[in-house]
Design a protein. Structure first.
Length: 231
């Protein structure tokens, strides 16, 4: 059965409650930028797909790097302001409530908190860190065959049996041939193979899996170095 038409005030209240719920549940509770973690970052991008822009950049990573670090705190602030206006305003504040424009509020917030001018830098740096790690991961996974061929070729050239006793020496040789500027040795290779006995042979497939982990986890191997590595 059809419900009775609602009056203007009830409609405003329902819409206000709806938008408040949207901001609080979707943005404030699930993606609070104060507690931004890799899990929250992945939750944010998982529903966006991996569509690319005309320049080849992933759209979701572009947005995370250039917009979300300011937009999400803005939405959090907007949701709190709306909640305050709805539930904590006195009759004297009714004019302020009626004049409130969420679009203007959000636009002003974005201008005031532009990270290019040193604002909101901590959140911006978090988004940059997670975005760049995700971009590295996609670059590596899209070129795994090429990466493995390079490592196999070097393994054949070096002709060294790999074990926990020799792995640092092997990694130094791999690093030098790939031009990685002594970054690979920063990874804890012995810890990675901690279950192995000291003289137990490490197969090239086992080494390559550790190599992938090292490349993706080391901050000193940045996107530009990975691009060179994948040529």
């Amino acid at each position: 059965p059809e419900s009775n038409p609602i009056d203007e005030e009830t409609e405003k209240k329902l819409l206000s409650d709806y938008y408040l719920l949207l901001f609080q549940s979707e943005f404030h509770n699930l993606t609070s930028t104060k507690e931004l973690s890799s899990d929250l970052f992945n939750h944010l991008i998982e529903g966006m797909g991996k569509n690319r822009l005309r320049n080849g950049e992933y759209m979701d990573l572009y947005l995370c790097e250039n917009l979300f670090s300011t937009l999400l705190p803005g939405l959090e602030s907007l949701s709190k302001t709306i909640e305050k206006l709805i539930y904590h305003s006195n009759r004297e504040d009714e004019r302020e409530v009626s004049r409130f424009n969420p679009c203007n509020y959000l636009g002003e917030f974005l201008m005031r908190n532009n990270p290019k001018y040193g604002k909101n830098q901590e959140t911006h740096d978090k988004f940059l860190r997670f975005t760049r790690k995700e971009r590295k991961t996609r670059m590596a996974h899209n070129n795994l065959d090429l990466l493995k061929k390079k490592v196999l070729k070097l393994y054949d050239q070096i002709k060294m049996t790999i074990s926990k006793l020799t792995i640092r020496s092997f990694v130094e040789k791999i690093d030098a041939k790939l031009g990685l500027k002594n970054t690979l040795i920063e990874y804890d290779w012995v810890e990675h193979f901690r279950v192995n006995k000291d003289d137990q042979k490490i197969t090239i497939d086992q080494f390559f899996e550790a190599f992938k982990t090292a490349v993706l986890s080391l901050h000193s191997i940045d996107e530009e170095m990975l691009k060179v590595l994948l040529k």
